[in-house]
Design a protein around this ligand. Structure first.
Ligand SMILES: [Fe+2]
Ligand SMILES: [Fe+2]
Length: 168
């Protein structure tokens, strides 16, 4: 059984992961509107992954006898200046999520809540992975700059990469 404080922290994380899913879906729609189908596809898969993250927290809360309390999801941004701006926003968002997960981990350590610590370990690893992936995309986009050809190729590359299941 988890503490009330932990239950609240985990419920907040469900909301943050749902917001991530919503944000990435909004980014996917933006890419689609600019005919960047590879990037749109990549972001749509990211959005689905974030929904799965929310459900991992949801299932864990129930499994340890807590109560799931779903809250309103904030509206995400709908417009961006450029694909680079989107991926920079995404990187900042992932850093914010990592910080949030680390804070819950700190609470679990403080409360000697071993089941939650073990559960969170997967997310700590996953965040390292996600930050690294998005950071690479940001750097690639910076290198491509204004090259239309490079941009076109990179859009196709992102579309192809996301078609393969990601290793966990
Ligand atoms: Fe996530
Ligand atoms: Fe994420």
């Amino acid at each position: 059984m988890i503490s009330k404080k932990m239950e609240e922290a985990l419920n907040n994380q469900v909301n943050k992961e749902m917001f991530s899913s919503y944000l990435y879906l909004s980014m996917s729609a933006y890419f689609d509107s600019k005919n960047l189908n590879g990037m749109s596809q990549w972001m749509k898969l990211q959005s689905q992954e974030e929904y799965e993250h929310a459900m991992k927290f949801y299932d864990f809360i129930l499994r340890v006898g807590g109560q799931v309390k779903l809250a309103a999801i904030d509206a995400p941004q709908t417009d961006w200046e450029s694909p680079l701006a989107i991926f920079e926003d995404s990187l900042n968002h992932e850093r914010y999520i990592s910080k949030s997960i680390h804070e819950i981990m700190d609470l679990a350590v403080e409360e000697k809540d071993h089941p939650t610590k073990i559960f969170l370990q997967w997310f700590v690893d996953e965040q390292v992975e996600e930050e690294d992936t998005v950071q690479q995309i940001v750097e690639n986009l910076k290198m491509i700059g204004d090259s239309n050809g490079g941009f076109f190729m990179f859009d196709r590359e992102l579309g192809a990469r996301s078609a393969a299941p990601e290793a966990e």
